[in-house]
Design a protein around this ligand. Structure first.
Ligand code: PGA
Length: 256
């Protein structure tokens, strides 16, 4: 894992945006895994400002709430079109999100996995982290080998996401999420975490044991994961001075 600690979230997002831009420029037909929530918003703004060519880009989102129609204001479909897709020249047919209204959910999930494979797999997967360590909506105790499937949100996740819905009662109980196995199959994972409320989950994910109690810790098994943090999210890392030294002394050919 590469841990990049920046003084602020804004600085971290600028470096992360360069990484995404490099992939989009070097591989115009890249397959990107997208994330939602508060964390990726600034990165998406940076990417829009860079005016990249998205015509041949394909995207797959991590997750969606079960029961919400795409047009619902809090669906992740709406989130993605509002915050990224409508601002770039992506082709609608290349955009994929789980269908929260699928009648046969297991069948839909198997199809989503097939679509990812048919697209050639995901080149770059963006991830946020939940306060209890989830990636996508893979809640604690998710199988580390899991594929796209239905999950039940924990009370903590529903509480964390109540801010988007107005009240906790309105947050759906179920979601469709790519599995941890699906995420581990991607070629490069980029995990973003900002703010002190993520410090504990980040320390456990990066420096703790690999355990389904902190699903993000499974990224220790991934051959190429880059973690972007601000100071607050990095605060509980034991080796933070080492990570800073490594980043400050990267050889030129490795610089982002
Ligand atoms: P947040 O959520 O970006 O809204 O903090 C992250 C996540 O749940 O993965």
């Amino acid at each position: 894992m590469e841990i990049i600690i920046q003084p602020t979230a804004a600085a971290a997002n600028r470096v992360a945006a360069r990484l995404f831009a490099n992939v989009i420029r070097q591989k115009p037909s890249a397959v990107l895994g997208m994330a939602t929530g508060g964390t990726p918003l600034a990165l998406y703004r940076e990417l829009v400002a860079l005016q990249l060519d998205w015509r041949k880009i394909t995207t797959f989102n991590l997750d969606e709430y079960v029961g919400l129609a795409p047009a619902h204001s809090q669906s992740y479909h709406s989130f993605m079109w509002e915050n990224l897709f409508r601002h770039v020249n992506i082709a609608r047919k290349n955009v994929h999100l789980p269908d929260g209204r699928a009648k046969d959910i297991p069948k839909f999930c198997a199809k989503y996995e097939r679509q990812i494979r048919a697209a050639g797999g995901i080149d770059l997967q963006l991830l946020g982290i939940g306060t209890e360590g989830h990636i996508g909506f893979n809640e604690p105790t998710s199988s580390l080998a899991s594929r796209t499937r239905i999950k039940t949100l924990t009370p903590q996740t529903r509480k964390d996401n109540a801010r988007f819905f107005g009240s906790e009662e309105q947050v759906p109980h179920h979601c469709i999420t790519m599995g941890i196995g699906t995420i581990l199959d991607t070629r490069h994972c980029v995990l973003l975490a900002f703010g002190s409320n993520k410090a504990r989950a980040i320390a456990a994910a990066v420096e703790g044991p690999v355990t389904s109690m902190n699903p993000a810790s499974a990224l220790q098994l991934h051959p190429k994961t880059t973690v972007f943090l601000d100071e607050a999210a990095a605060a509980e890392l034991k080796l933070q001075d080492y990570y800073r030294w490594v980043y400050d002394h990267k050889p030129d050919w490795q610089k982002i």
